[in-house]
Write a protein of this length. Sequence first.
Length: 193
Amino acid sequence: MDEKDQTLEDVQGTLQEERTPEINTDESIAGSIDLGDPPVETPELEKLREQVREKEDKYLRLYAEFDNFKRRNARERIELIQTAGKDVIQSLLEVLDDCTRAERQLTQTDELPQIREGVQLVFNKFRRTLQAKGLKEMESLGAPFDPDRHEAITEIPVPDAAQAGQVIDVVEKGYFLHDKIIRFAKVVVGKHP
């Protein structure tokens, strides 16, 4: 080892000794710090501890706020589910009143045209009320079969090839609520032999 390398090692050793304090683990050997001594408090250390306390406090507050938000949101969701149909039910109460009046009239009169007219008025009011709430009837008869809108009950043979794959009959109407399907139409589909 040459003299240059030896000098470099001596300088590095001296720098290392200056950077790290010597900890005395043995009472019989002299050292600058004893393990029994309390740690030396520096302003930087105290500043870091304060930052940690602030972060912990902020975290706990955010956690509590989020927990309260979750509870409030769950409570509001339950209330919304319980009262979701309230508006529709309230609007249908008028139709129910008309049904009650029509039922009374059915028992009091024998005139068929008046009965038919009264019942037709109730049905029309019922349809208008549901349409006002966003209900729309699906037009399926004569349309091409669409598995995204229709549920095929059965297929029947048709004489015309143009009717193959078309909806021939509607067993149960399909409905949209605000352009979203709430019930698929149950249909009979034509097939060409």
